[in-house]
Design a protein around this ligand. Structure first.
Ligand code: GRF
Length: 206
């Protein structure tokens, strides 16, 4: 594996199918990135088991184990920093990151709706209840807000008659996994620039 590969720390809270797509992608040396650690805010999740099966180091920082949110934020940032990431990827990480992590590293997030519509923890449910005919997924840079960071990539997914939240989320996740793998790979290989809210692949002046 190339020592030039961009170092990723991936954060998860659940089943980790987005993480698995990244684990599969980094197996190809030409992808340009490698996963140096997987972190979680809870124990016993399939996302951590996927990392362990792949031989990737893991760590867990539970909010409940810290007296304040600020201390959790500091500790999480320190655990991430131990792995010297070039990029942190939230892949179904269900916590808002605080300034210690956001100021230290670029952070990517993925969301199962077409932002700025339907931010928050229930993007699929909210889109369905609103009655939209098209929803989708968004990969964006994380900032201190809830799904408010600059958008990098989006892809649409139609809502089908008879969809319930689970069925629609599964179809979105199939698209989301590809979009996340494609976006992380391009960022690793090409770099990126941010101008205001606009994110473009490619290095400054390149
Ligand atoms: C993804 O749809 C993510 O955007 C959302 O939760 C899902 C995580 O799925 N926040 P998984 O854990 O990667 O399978």
């Amino acid at each position: 594996m190339s020592s030039q590969a961009v170092r990723l720390v991936v954060l998860v809270s659940g089943s980790g199918t987005n993480l698995q797509a990244l684990l599969d992608a980094v197996a190809d040396e030409t992808y340009g990135a490698r996963i140096v650690a997987v972190g979680a805010d809870r124990d016993g999740i399939e996302g951590l088991a996927r990392a362990e099966r792949a031989g990737v180091p893991t760590f867990v920082e539970r909010l409940a184990d810290h007296p304040t949110r600020e201390e959790w934020d500091e500790r999480l940032a320190a655990r991430i920093a131990e792995h010297r990431p070039d990029l942190v990827v939230c892949a179904g990480f269900m916590k808002i990151l605080g300034s210690p992590t956001l100021e230290a590293f670029p952070v990517l997030n993925t969301h199962p709706a077409l932002l700025p519509s339907f931010p928050g923890a229930h993007g699929v449910r909210d889109a369905l209840s609103y009655g939209v005919r098209v929803t989708g997924c968004t990969v964006m840079l994380a900032d201190a807000g809830v799904d408010t960071g600059p958008i990098i990539a989006q892809e649409a997914v139609p809502v089908l008659d008879g969809d319930d939240e689970a069925a629609l989320h599964e179809r979105i996740k199939t698209v989301e996994r590809h979009l996340l793998v494609d976006t992380v790979g391009r960022m690793a290989r090409e770099g990126w620039t941010v101008t205001g809210r606009t994110v473009r692949f490619g290095r400054p002046g390149g």
